[in-house]
Design a protein around this ligand. Sequence first.
Ligand SMILES: Nc1ncnc2c1ncn2[C@@H]1O[C@H](COP(=O)(O)OP(=O)(O)OP(=O)(O)O)[C@@H](O)[C@H]1O
Ligand SMILES: [Zn+2]
Length: 791
Amino acid sequence: MSVVNQDQDGEDARPRGRTVRPPSWFGGEDEAPAARGGMFVEVVVNRAFDQALTYHAPRKLVAGIRPGVRVRVPLGKRGGLVTGYCVSIGLLPPEGLDPARIKDVAEVLDAVPLIDARMLELTRWMAGYYLCSWGQALDAVVPAGVRKQAGTRIGTFLTVPEDARRAWLDGSLEKTLTAKQAAVLDVLCQPDGGMLTVSDVCRRARCGSGVVDGLRKDGVIHTVKRRLSLEDSRKEEPDDAPPPASAESPTPPPTKPKLLLTPEQQKGLDALAPALQGDGFAPFLIFGVTGSGKTEVYLSAIEQVVARGREAIVLVPEISLTPQTIRRFRRRFKKVAVLHSHLSDVERHRHWRSIAQGEVDVVVGARSAIFAPTRRLGLIVVDEEHESTFKQESVPRYHARDVAVKRAQLEGVPVLLGSATPSLESWANAERGRYVKVDMPSRVEGRPMPAVELIDLRHEKNMTGGLSDSLRNAMHQALDDGGQVILLLNRRGYNTFVICPKCGDVVKCRHCDVAATFHKGRRLLICHMCDAERACPPACPSCNAAVLHYGGIGTERLEREVLMEFPFHAARRMDSDTMRRHGSHEEALAAFKAGDVRILLGTQMIAKGLDFPNVTLVGVVDADVALHLPDFRAAERTFQLVAQVAGRTGRGDRPGRVFVQTYSPESPAILHAARHDYESFVTQELPQRAGGLASPYGRIVRLVARGRDEGRVKGYLDELAATLRARAEASVRFLGPCPAPVLKIKEEFRFHLQLRCATAPPLRALLRDLSSPPAPPKVELAVDVDPVSML
Ligand SMILES: Nc1ncnc2c1ncn2[C@@H]1O[C@H](COP(=O)(O)OP(=O)(O)OP(=O)(O)O)[C@@H](O)[C@H]1O
Ligand SMILES: [Zn+2]
């Protein structure tokens, strides 16, 4: 039970409206603060500015204040209270600061620190690296549910003050009380009477609450308010609270014996062994083709670490948090916490507490699980390390893989980055000797990689509904042979654009500068940027021509084609339109696993990580979707997507086939993906990056200004760019400012500026302070370090 407010009684009795003592500026009439027995604390608040602020903790708060607890402190001219994190404590104020001008901490919010010293260090690194404030980084680390103490509540308890207790014990008090009042005192002065609510006391003393009220008015008993811990809050309100989301999941009985590692897996594990047994930072890149059994290596590595009494954090992309993945961990470890984005605040708080209390061995989760408050971390694993979803697209714009490497370094533990298609950044780090590369070049059980055929769409005559004759025939064959089929089309909706054949205008979203997508099921045009809907216009909005042409194929249209062509085989579409409901993802994958669904079609959510042995055919309906985006990673993304989806087949006893439909069969990304040849792709792609100082040869910071007034946004970014140019070292290269590839989103115009440099320090020095010129009203500036999205 954590005590937040030990003030006896008073709390309730105080006249309403009286607030906490106003922040005091130490005036001349007071003694020096240190002389009053206080301490000086550095506090970080969630504001855009970077420094920690110094406050004075008065003597009564000193006992409860420690680095990592949250405090309420006055901020600004009016001294309104804000919440911040105490990051350090000292007896003396920082040099040069007039102690007389230091304000008081008003309240300490946490009984135990929410973050430890290493997390403080990690967040400070994040602030410096990602050019955000320390407070913003701290708030990202501690989940909202923990900050709000979701699931706990404040209870009111009765106590007997010391003088009354003595009077009760020597019998002098009893004479002045009625029988019922005496019964109440009797209950409260019992050894277990320390933490009872009014209703507890009334029940035990068999009296009404009026008796208690009378005693309170007479000052014989007092009330205290205390925040109940999660567990006690639950005990107090059994009907109110949801059943505990157990961090310790019921462990399903092991249905399969543990796999015997293949020689290649064993070799990989042997390469990790010294690091797993040692105490030091050791980063590895596990480069293993699809189906090489990387997960098995992670599991064995984690076993070694858990056997030493340490904990492991495993990061996976959110879409890979499938029941299949979770089962694989739960079969092997008793105490697994799964952190996914559907957790309620209360569930997240419970997981967080049980991890912090050392009750969990393995934390499996998406991006933010990298901040899990483990006590004796022994290993971090980042699976599918190339996935762009590890990057957070709001402040702090961190990349969980890179934070994982930093955290491993600070905690002195090994970190495993695994992928069949590593990011070029990680690959370059391995080449430069920063990471140790562990190769797993073949599939388990000697299974061959699937044969890939490229279908050149320029020569295909008979394309309906997105399927070429060859792909169609291959599907028939695979299904007739009892196999299952995966079809990837990374574009949802029915038609991807609506165009006027007369004037050539495309119907756009009313709020964004993008073509609206036709969703036939809903008979609407929908914007994929802002989700705004509009009715299908009866005529061209620009020239009023009566007939509009609907073109471009999305998953909804593909589904219709598949249903018509294969009416006797159950098909399922998986995209964010059909998978809205919580649990629908699991349900669809279960039906596919059971063989009830024979054709699985969808967007990238079906392309990665799935392990279904009966899939004998994969079709990539349009490999070019991302190939021509204005983004230096377009080729890399295309390669990864095609190689990953191709890897979903041939994972069982039967060989797999892959058909890739493309208009660019000579493009290196597609050609090398078809040959499962990562290294040739990289060899070809890296030199393209070097010249432009693109990552991994250069560090990039992208500044995006946005606002409703186009001229103002443009003017501001131009001015900012000019200011920065004047200050920048010669080694910093400027790209822009110019309109962002998507000029307008949700009525806001966007301009961007990229700064590139071979090393990070000149960029950081340049961008630390972006306060001048100040952004005009209603213009926002986003600073994105190591940007992943360029649109
Ligand atoms: N030693 C082994 N013996 C037999 N089967 C194994 C062994 N190791 C792994 N497997 C099986 O091989 C399949 C692929 O393994 P896993 O999912 O770990 O591959 P992966 O390298 O993570 O692939 P991907 O990158 O494509 O997701 C799984 O079904 C797994 O159960
Ligand atoms: Zn829109």
